[in-house]
Every structure is written in structure tokens, then in C-alpha cells.
Design a protein around this ligand. Structure first.
Ligand code: HEC
Ligand code: HEC
Length: 657
């Protein structure tokens, strides 16, 4: 018997390529424009509902106290929307507090204050995320919020407008939808906000009436007549349709919130970007290249850079409204920091060469690239870098987080209300694992992704999470071990495997055929030792076959503990506009964050971080790395980030005639 068997190791499992829903209309600027108006609208909130006596155009005589001040780590500032009720902008600020700094659509609080409604909650569970670059295309599915609660922007908008941030309880969903639609239907355009956006009522704006200036004209797909009151009319639009339309328009707006890019999509606003441009270095991954691969290639290129061209202020640019007092520069210190940032275990030799060249003073392994790869400086996935544990242990003592009782998947499933966050299906759920820790309630903590993964009340993100589970759980790549022919069987063993997972043996006669066309010929059997065996019958005179190993599934029960305290990786661009840092909002400066990583990585190596990310242990830094890393991170500040760089920005209102 003659067999042409070629063994090939294929390790796949997450070729999930997520496409961002693009703003699909050429005239989307009008959508972005009214989207911004809706983003600023204060009347959708529950407070307005209870205090306006059903009058959509009421001027409130009492204001929601939460709006009086903007809470900041520098002390309270006068609230930009004082006298009104909640809107998106109150937590996603931009230029409202220039005196203390611009924001990349986040706020200055450790956790954002929410309206008081008597449920004991006074803030959001987490630090507000920045919206600039939040919706960029990515190589993984879209997940929103630190815990991935939302998988689509419009779901997030509807959930937010009808949720706790706007003062609504889970039982008030219908009331919220009806109220929001009522504001749109009955607005008369007399408000200050309407005046800033062309002066039309929402009904006129939604209808796309002739006479509206082009920059205010909404895309045809979003036009609707909200004034038809006869529910039997074919032109009647439901309350739900109106709120859905609001969500799409706000999405159009948020898609415009990006850091400065050239026409080819290269970032060009920071000293770091200027450095890449000046030295002819690639600014984004090649087609087919991952961000991680690109970042590693960049480090190689830096190592070969014999005569670096430095970026200096003001020749290359300068900081205007943002990062006042900072030099727009990229010099030796910033480069040393960049190299530490890009160095991981795979490219230590490059780092060694750099050291030999005298570029860096010592080898420091930032390993930052494994989660914050350029050019977006985030992998848009979830990791546990020890942030939740650090906050919890600070309150309850070292070792407390390690000892905290967390239910198994089965236990969690049988008692939703005791463990999981409140939703419309479970309005009385306590959400104890989505609550900031406090001295008096040691059972309360924020476990991030653990709340969402395999939670039946959050069906939308599950498919996406499933597709990235191998990355989230850092499952090792299986290796093909011994291959033997026993009688007429091919027997193949594999090592480096986890008994929690299923593996498949796949085969194809064409090495280049897409994965979907390969045939699964065997599912693994585990031997006692944790070794894996496949058996496949060989047929005489069959054509040459290629074999590969495919990672299969894991049960939710086995996977759940691996999601404990995972949070979404934020970008590290323009950190000057988003302090305080981490989902806990506990760290005020970049230096604080670097010290945090020095501590957390040492703790992780000692086995002291519960479910810590394996990459955390790969960070080797000491105090001497802090200054260059901080200089590099500051070189990611944007020179002039002020507001949506789009022609949809509202024009100054001419004075009344
Ligand atoms: C009371 C404060 C508050 C209000 C009001 C608010 N947000 Fe947020 N927003 C947050 C916080 C806090 C987060 C992070 C939530 C989390 O991770 O649990 C967030 C996250 C987000 C994100 C996810 C970003 C990402 O990268 O995952 C988007 C998008 C967003 N908000 C949009 C909006 C929109 C649109 C509105 C108005 C309809 C709004 N927000 C109103 C505080 C607020
Ligand atoms: C294992 C993945 C991982 C590695 C490695 C990693 N980070 Fe992070 N980083 C994260 C995650 C996840 C968060 C958010 C954690 C949270 O809030 O709970 C974060 C947060 C941050 C923040 C705060 C950003 C903000 O807006 O709050 C900074 C700054 C940061 N990381 C810098 C670095 C630097 C510098 C390195 C290298 C020394 C590094 N990170 C290594 C995953 C990682």
C-alpha cells in the first residue's frame, strides 16, 4: 500500500473577521449632524419625563441635580447642561471644560454620576470609555462596553437611552420608548438646541423637508413622517421605529469620531505618527497582516534605522488646544519607550541588538504590543490585567480577591437574580458582580466579561465571543506529536492540548482550499495523560491528503472561570484626554499606570493574580523604563483633537434679525 500522507499543522479557530457597518450613505453628514443633536438632547431622560407634565417643549423649573456639576478628579466644575436632564454628552464630553482639558468623548470622573432614582446606585459601574476611534474597523467582532454587553452600536444607543444612565429602571422600557418617541413627534423646534442645528423641529428634520440646508438634511434611508397619528395609516411609524432611527443617526455621528487620518486611513495627528512619516516607516499593517505582526515588523525596522529623523516642535507641529505645555516631539527618549512598548518575548533578540547599538540603555520588555498593537493601540478584545483585583484588594486587603466566592456556571444559571446584572427579563437581579467594590459589601465586585459571557439575557454578543474564545482563554496551540500507521489506520497524537477543549482532525487534498472545504474526519479522544489521539482509516490508492488540527469547542461551564475580571482593552492614543485610567478610574497619571503594570506583572509571575492574563507575566519592567515609556505614550497625544473632524459640525447661529 502506498500512501502519500503529508502532515501539516493547522491551528485555526478564530478567523472571525468582523466588518464594521459602514456609514452607507453618501449624504451621511446630515445623519451625523442630527445624530450630534440627538446626542446632546436632554429631554429623553426619565427626569424630564416625570417633570414635564407631558409637554415635550416644557422648560424645566427644577433641574436634575446630577447635571449641576461635572464631577472631576480635580474637583467639581459647573455642569455644561445644568438646569436640564441627562444626555450622552454629559458623560462623553469634548470641549466643555477646556480649562482642565479636552476630552475624547469621555469624562473626568472615576465613575460617572447617574440620576438618583432611589435604587442606591449613584454612578455607572465603570469609568466612561472614550468614543474617539471606538467604532473603527477591527480584525475581531465589534464588542461595546468594557464587558462586551453590546455587539451593535444601535443596540447600545437604544439600551442607553432606555436604561439606567438616563434614569430608567429595567421595568420602564416601554415607558421610555414611548416618551422618547413623544419628544420627537411633539418637539416644536423652539429649544436652544434646535436653534444650533438649523432651527427645525425633529418632525421637520426627520421628514427631510425641502428648505433644510444640505448639511442638516438627513439621509433618505432615515426619513420618516413622525406626525401621522392614525395607527392604521400605512405611513404610521411606531415608537420603536423612531427610537431605532435615533440610534442609526447617532451611530452615523459616532462613526465620525476618529483621530486625525490622511485619505489612505493613516493616522497623522500625533508626534509618533509624524515620526513614522518622517522616517518612511509603514503606518499600518499590510493586507493580510495582523496588527501584532505589523507591530513586530515595525520593531525590526526601528532596529535597522541607522539615522533616525527626529520630530521637533514647532517644525513638525505643535500642541494647540490639547496637552498644553507639551512639546510636539519624538526623540531618543520617545523612541526608547516605543521599543520597550513593542518588545515582547518573540522579539527579544531584536531588543538585544538595539541594546548593542546603544539605542536603549537596558533590555526592558513592555510586552504592551500583545494587547495594544499599533496603529490603533488596542486589540479590541478582553483581558485581565489585574485592575479589578487591585481595586478590590486595596479595599478588602491583599489576597481578598483570590479568596472571593464566585459561583460556577451551573450555580449562576439556577439563580440569575442573585448573581447577574438587572435586565428587562430580570429586573430584580442584584448585579453584585457588576458593582464597584465598597468597604461595606465585600461580596460586590466587578468581574467584567464574566457577567456577559453565556448570559442568556445578552444573546447578541455570544456568537462573537464564541469566535474569539481561544484568544480570550489564551488556549495553547496544539502540536502534532507522533504519527504512525497501525494496520490500515493513521494514528496521530497531539500535545500541548487542554482537556476542556474538543479538537478535530481535518483533511483536504488541496492544501490551499479554504478551511470551510476541509473535511472533519475525526474528533479527538483523550488518553489519561491529557494526550490526544486521532484515528483515521486510510484507503488504498487514495490521492495525497493533507491533515490539520482544528480547535473545536469548550463547554460554557469550563469556559466561564476564564472570563473572570476580563475587560476590554482601551486604546492608549491621546491619554491626555481621558484620565483617570482603567475601568475602575483609580489611576490618575500615565506614571501611575506604568507603576501598576510593574506591580501587577511581578504579582502575576508569583501566581498572585486570579485568572491573570498570561501576557501579564511577560512584562519585565523596572523603574528605569517608566520615563521612556511615559514619553512615548505622551507622543501618542493628538496635536489638535478638538471635536468631530467633519463638515457636519454645527455652524454658528446667526443673531436673530
Ligand atoms: C451617565 C453617564 C453616561 C451616559 C449618559 C452615556 N454614557 Fe456612554 N458610556 C458611559 C460609560 C461609563 C461607559 C462604559 C460602560 C461600561 O464599560 O460598562 C460608556 C460606554 C459607551 C460606549 C462604548 C464604547 C466602547 O468602546 O465600548 C458607547 C458607544 C457609548 N457609551 C455611547 C453613548 C451614547 C450614544 C449615549 C447617549 C445615548 C451615552 N453613551 C450615554 C457613560 C455614559
Ligand atoms: C494582557 C493584555 C495587556 C497587556 C500586556 C498590556 N495591557 Fe494595558 N490594558 C489592557 C487592558 C485589558 C486594559 C483595561 C483594563 C481595565 O480597565 O480593567 C488596559 C489598560 C491600559 C491603560 C489605561 C488606558 C485607559 O484609558 O484607561 C494604559 C495606559 C495601558 N493599558 C498601557 C499599557 C502599557 C504601557 C503596557 C505595557 C507595559 C500594557 N498596557 C500592557 C491590556 C493589556
Amino acid at each position: 500500500m502506498k500512501q502519500g500522507v503529508i502532515i501539516l499543522l493547522v491551528w485555526v479557530g478564530w478567523f472571525a473577521l468582523a466588518a464594521r457597518a459602514q456609514a452607507d450613505d453618501a449624504d451621511a453628514f446630515g445623519g451625523a449632524n442630527i445624530g450630534e443633536r440627538l446626542f446632546l438632547e436632554t429631554r429623553f431622560a426619565q427626569f424630564f419625563f416625570t417633570n414635564s407634565a407631558g409637554d415635550a417643549n416644557a422648560v424645566l423649573t427644577n433641574s436634575d441635580p446630577v447635571m449641576d456639576n461635572t464631577v472631576t478628579i480635580y474637583g467639581p466644575q459647573p455642569g455644561p447642561f445644568a438646569g436640564q436632564s441627562m444626555n450622552c454628552r454629559a458623560c462623553h464630553l469634548v470641549e466643555e471644560h477646556e480649562g482642565i482639558g479636552n476630552r475624547t468623548y469621555c469624562d473626568f470622573a472615576r465613575r460617572s454620576p447617574v440620576p438618583e432614582i432611589g435604587d442606591g446606585r449613584v454612578t455607572t459601574p465603570r469609568n466612561a470609555l472614550t468614543l474617539v476611534d471606538a467604532l473603527l474597523p477591527r480584525q475581531v467582532p465589534l464588542f461595546l462596553h468594557h464587558d462586551g454587553q453590546f455587539a451593535a452600536v444601535d443596540d447600545l444607543v437604544v439600551g442607553t437611552l432606555t436604561g439606567r444612565n438616563y434614569g430608567w429602571q429595567p421595568t420602564e422600557y416601554e415607558a421610555a420608548i414611548h416618551h422618547i418617541a413623544h419628544i420627537i413627534r411633539d418637539d416644536d423646534g423652539s429649544g436652544f438646541l434646535a436653534g444650533q442645528y438649523g432651527g427645525s423641529s425633529y418632525a421637520e428634520a426627520f421628514a427631510g423637508l425641502a428648505g433644510i440646508e444640505s448639511q442638516y438634511l438627513i439621509p433618505s434611508k432615515n426619513r420618516m413622517n413622525v406626525l401621522v397619528t392614525d395607527t392604521n395609516s400605512p405611513n404610521y411609524v411606531t415608537d420603536e421605529q423612531i427610537v431605532q432611527n435615533i440610534a442609526e443617526l447617532m451611530k452615523d455621528y459616532m462613526l465620525t469620531l476618529v483621530f486625525s487620518q490622511d485619505v489612505a486611513g493613516n493616522f497623522d495627528g500625533s508626534p509618533y505618527d509624524a515620526f513614522l512619516i518622517k522616517n518612511g516607516l509603514p503606518q499600518q499593517p499590510d493586507p493580510g497582516e495582523t496588527q501584532l505582526q505589523y507591530g513586530r515588523r515595525l520593531l525590526q525596522l526601528l532596529a535597522g534605522l541607522t539615522n533616525p529623523q527626529w520630530v521637533t516642535d514647532p517644525d513638525a507641529g505643535f500642541f494647540v488646544t490639547n496637552a498644553q505645555g507639551q512639546q510636539f516631539q519624538f526623540g531618543t527618549n520617545e523612541l526608547a519607550g516605543l521599543e520597550i512598548f513593542l518588545t515582547d518575548q518573540s522579539n527579544l533578540t531584536v531588543a538585544t541588538n538595539l541594546q548593542l547599538q546603544g539605542v536603549t540603555t537596558r533590555i526592558a520588555v513592555g510586552n504592551c504590543i500583545t494587547c495594544h498593537a499599533p496603529p490603533t493601540f488596542t486589540d479590541s478584545l478582553f483581558h485581565n490585567n489585574g485592575a479589578a483585583q487591585a481595586e478590590y484588594d486595596q479595599i478588602h486587603g491583599a489576597g481578598a480577591f483570590m479568596a472571593l466566592a464566585v459561583p460556577s456556571w451551573a450555580e449562576r444559571a439556577t439563580n440569575y437574580d442573585a448573581y447577574l446584572p438587572p435586565t428587562a427579563n430580570h429586573p430584580n437581579a442584584l448585579g453584585i458582580f457588576e458593582t464597584p467594590p465598597t468597604t461595606n459589601h465585600p461580596a460586590q465586585v466587578d468581574l467584567g466579561l464574566w457577567n456577559v459571557y453565556a448570559n442568556p439575557d445578552f444573546p447578541a454578543p455570544q456568537a462573537g465571543l464564541q469566535s474569539v474564545l481561544p484568544q480570550l482563554l489564551s488556549v495553547a496551540s496544539p502540536q502534532i506529536g507522533r504519527v504512525t500507521v497501525v494496520g490500515t489506520n493513521l494514528v496521530l497524537s497531539a500535545t500541548n492540548v487542554s482537556t476542556d477543549w474538543t479538537y478535530y482532525l481535518i483533511t483536504s487534498t488541496n492544501l490551499l482550499s479554504p478551511l470551510a472545504n476541509w473535511t472533519v474526519v475525526a474528533t479527538n479522544n483523550f488518553a489519561g495523560s491529557g494526550q490526544l489521539y486521532f484515528t483515521n482509516v486510510l484507503t488504498a490508492n487514495a490521492p495525497q491528503q493533507f491533515y490539520g488540527l482544528l480547535l473545536g469547542n469548550i463547554s460554557p461551564a469550563a469556559a466561564l472561570p476564564g472570563t473572570l475580571a476580563l475587560f476590554k482593552t482601551p486604546t492608549v492614543r491621546d491619554l491626555v484626554s481621558s484620565e483617570p485610567y482603567l475601568h475602575t478610574g483609580q489611576l490618575d497619571t500615565i506614571e501611575d499606570v506604568l507603576q501598576f503594570y510593574i506591580n501587577a506583572s511581578a504579582q502575576a509571575r508569583a501566581g498572585g493574580i486570579r485568572n491573570g492574563d498570561p501576557q501579564l507575566s511577560g512584562i519585565y519592567l523596572d523603574a528605569s523604563a517608566v520615563a521612556p515609556l511615559a514619553a512615548f505614550l505622551r507622543a501618542l497625544n493628538e496635536s489638535e483633537y478638538v471635536d468631530a473632524p467633519c463638515p457636519c459640525d454645527p455652524q454658528p447661529v446667526p443673531p436673530p434679525q
